[in-house]
Design a protein around this ligand. Sequence first.
Ligand code: AR6
Length: 174
Amino acid sequence: MAHSPKITLVPGDITEQHVDAIVNAANSSLLGGGGVDGAIHRRGGPEILAECRALRAGHYGGGLPTGRAVATTAGRLPARWVVHTVGPVWSRDEDRSELLASCYRESLRIAAELGARTVAFPAVSAGVYGWPMEDAARIAVETVRSTQSAVEEVRFVLFDERAYRAFAEQVHSS
Ligand code: AR6
């Protein structure tokens, strides 16, 4: 039965999480980058990139659009799958919140299709893509809370103290 997943917060590194699926804050090329994307490919090994390349050669020739998600193996990581999603670059002039919410909804949809029950997310768009952390945390928590899913647990894995505090504030204040 579908409910809204239980939310947990964990400080640390998403590549170390023993969950069914971890979400990667990728870019539309799917071919790697810095931040959490770099860490996932480094720790997960070349199998992940090989599947990403195959996706680019096939269905995603033009890249993965912002707000969408796609899964690959997790290679050597302790998870079973990596769900790659592309967050929006933060803009002062344009409200792109719906695209960021879509990253969480689409990642949960893809994870549930695979049969994942536990899914770990980083703070998508809140690093290189410049999204203010408090607002990124609000959108992440609100979106998961308003999504019905077969996924039972969403674990936000927060890499630094500031991110952890922002997510804790959202979870406990609303
Ligand atoms: N575990 C958990 N969180 C992490 C980790 C980690 N190992 N490493 C970084 N973070 P970012 P974005 C945090 O920049 O803003 C890449 O180059 C980080 O502190 O990884 O969506 C892609 O290829 C921040 O809070 O993702 C894209 O080009 C959060 O994860 C672009 O960056 C997201 O930061 C995507 O930028």
